[in-house]
Design a protein around this ligand. Structure first.
Ligand code: NAD
Length: 332
């Protein structure tokens, strides 16, 4: 019998890319638009694998039901795995895999796109010119050349962003729990987090969200930063205390904020809510600032990245099903 895989939080583009990749495997793919949760778990019949995304909350309760339904594999079609209870998965004998590396350049390039939008105000210029307002008042930007960029997390994406930022002639300082030797020997200065916060003109977050670094950007750490600091977060929403960031924006302490991730994003992102009344006042406040740019978790969203995500996910599922493991397995 063909192995069945249930996809949750799936969008038309997921279907397109995974069905193309599945021509190599011939699995039965079932796509559900809804997120994975107790409400849908009954729909799982004889699927051996579920495939989930960033905002599916795969907690102990969900995992227990999945195990009772005979699910053996949870495949994350993303890099981060903070939304899966790994201990519960281990306890119930479910293997978890993810896509640790897929086009880090996609996220790094989006980070630079956000930074360039904010520092040159192209989001404002685009609208102005469409309304025949060709004035420059209020569009004054700043050069990236010779600015200090503080990069938190120099893994695959952080490293790709270092290369891009170098091309702009920026000075780069970095903080990572495990500094990268290549970068260190190529002129990237590693500092402690406090020094990074104090000296960077621009701070870009590229580390995973863990219990230790939840709200890494908060009232106290923002106070350490330069006045008018630019902060870009393409990692995970929980790294920033949004309430504290809003207070700092109101006081002009934060000069520019670019976020592709938001701590309450699961209620909003990846949905068309243009005809709805948004109940989340925080996101509404954020989007009201002229110097805040919000994108809805789209940093990964390139043709190249989606091809790699579907390829790696399907290969991992197949390898776990056949051999019990894969290089992309997530260990506790
Ligand atoms: P990676 O594992 O290659 O690198 C992460 C780096 O962060 C590592 O060098 C690690 O040592 C470091 N790190 C871990 N904890 C840290 C901490 N507390 N402080 C400082 N550094 C720490 O991961 P990656 O592929 O570069 O991805 C980074 C993050 O980007 C992911 O965890 C994910 O949350 C996010 N991401 C976002 C998108 C998007 O579309 N917005 C897409 C992919 C990944």
């Amino acid at each position: 019998m063909q192995m069945k895989i249930a996809f949750f939080s799936s969008k038309p583009y997921d279907k397109t890319f995974f069905e193309t990749e599945n021509k190599k495997y011939g699995f039965e793919l079932n796509f559900y638009e809804t997120h994975l949760g107790p409400h849908i778990v009954k729909a799982i019949e004889d699927e051996k694998a579920v495939c989930v995304f960033v905002n599916d909350k795969v907690n102990r309760q969900v995992i227990e039901v999945l195990a009772n339904k005979g699910v053996e594999i949870i495949a994350l079609r993303c890099a981060g795995f903070n939304n899966v209870d790994l201990e519960a998965a281990k306890e119930f004998g479910i293997k978890v895999c993810r896509v640790p590396a897929y086009s880090p350049e996609a996220v790094a390039e989006h980070t630079m796109a956000m930074l360039l939008t904010l520092n040159r105000k192209t989001h404002k210029a685009y609208n102005r010119v469409r309304e025949q307002n060709f004035a420059l008042n209020g569009l004054l930007g700043f050069n990236l050349f010779q600015k200090t960029i503080g990069i938190v997390g120099t893994g695959k994406i952080g490293k790709a962003f270092v290369n891009i930022a170098k091309g702009f002639g920026c000075k780069i300082i970095a903080y990572d729990l495990y500094p990268d030797e290549d970068l260190a020997s190529n002129g990237i200065e590693y500092t402690d987090l406090k020094t990074l916060f104090t000296t960077a003109d621009i701070i870009s977050l590229h580390c995973p969200l863990t219990p230790e670094n939840h709200y890494m950007i908060n009232q106290h750490t923002i106070e350490l930063m330069k006045d008018g600091v630019t902060i870009i977060n393409t990692s995970r929403g929980g790294l920033i205390n949004t309430h504290d960031a809003i207070e700092a924006l109101k006081k002009h302490k934060i000069g520019y904020l670019g976020i592709d991730v938001y701590e309450q994003e699961e209620k909003l992102f990846f949905k068309d809510l243009s005809a709805e009344i948004i109940q989340d006042d925080t996101i509404q406040r954020l989007t009201s600032f002229p110097n805040v740019l919000v994108t809805a978790h789209q940093a990964f969203f390139t043709q190249e990245a989606l091809e790699q995500i579907s390829e790696i996910t399907m290969r991992s599922i197949s390898e776990i099903a056949q051999k019990g493991s894969t290089a992309e397995i997530v260990m506790l």
